[in-house]
Design a protein around this ligand. Structure first.
Ligand SMILES: [Zn+2]
Length: 228
């Protein structure tokens, strides 16, 4: 604790939501921002907002998000830190919190492995990391589930085409991904992981691609945030 205090004095840390200087015991967020976090409530017997978007594919078992994403809210800064401001560890932290909330509700029941949504190779090189990998690792730390990478890849050319327009529409989100190795997914119940779900177009594209290549797969979805 003493050295943590010294380190905080030399290298102060700030709340990733409101920007206030953090106390030694606070992690990523100040207590006030943590207590007001816009958590989503997952009810195993109901249909979650994420499920409403994704259950159109019959292979989808369940879906949940940790927090509400609102463009006007300062909580969007958590996602900016994760994706653009080089603090991917905040993704693992929030994923651990989300997984601890979902675990007693049976959300991970029957799930065999975690598949982080892949970035294109050039995007990952430019960013230096895949933020979804950090989210997957956070879930894995709580659930003990293995993380599977490399069996699905994001197609460089298709992604470039899809982002040419101002908005990514349903039509051009199709075919963004390729399954390069079916074996680790065959007969499995996989948990697909993404940072933010907005229209669900990208996730549906990934799910459709996996189901087409591996028909006996089952899929659940975990996102850090849901924009509605
Ligand atoms: Zn704060």
């Amino acid at each position: 604790m003493f050295w943590k205090r010294v380190l905080d004095f030399v290298l102060p840390r700030y709340c990733k939501v409101c920007g206030r200087r953090l106390d030694t015991a606070e992690i990523h967020l100040c207590v006030a921002c943590y207590l007001s976090m816009p958590f989503m409530d997952y009810k195993p017997d109901g249909i979650s907002p994420a499920e409403r978007i994704l259950l159109t594919n019959s292979k989808v078992v369940r879906a949940s998000s940790v927090i509400h994403y609102d463009r006007e809210s300062d909580y969007r800064h958590i996602l900016f830190h994760l994706k653009y401001w080089n603090h991917p560890e905040v993704g693992s932290w929030l994923a651990r919190i989300g997984a601890e909330k979902l675990m007693p509700k049976g959300f991970f029941q029957g799930v065999d492995c975690i598949v982080p949504l892949p970035l294109t190779r050039s995007k990952e090189k430019q960013r230096g990391y895949n933020q979804c990998m950090y989210i997957a690792q956070g879930i894995s730390q709580v659930t003990g589930l293995p993380v599977v990478t490399g069996s699905v890849i994001r197609d460089e050319d298709r992604t470039r085409q899809a982002t040419l327009g101002k908005f990514q529409r349903w039509g051009n989100a199709q075919g963004l991904f390729k399954v390069s190795d079916c074996e680790p997914l065959r007969g499995r119940h996989i948990l697909v992981v993404d940072d933010v779900m907005t229209t669900g177009a990208t996730l549906c594209s990934l799910i459709d691609t996996i189901v087409l290549a591996v028909p006996d797969v089952r899929i659940s979805v975990f996102t850090l945030a849901l924009a509605l």
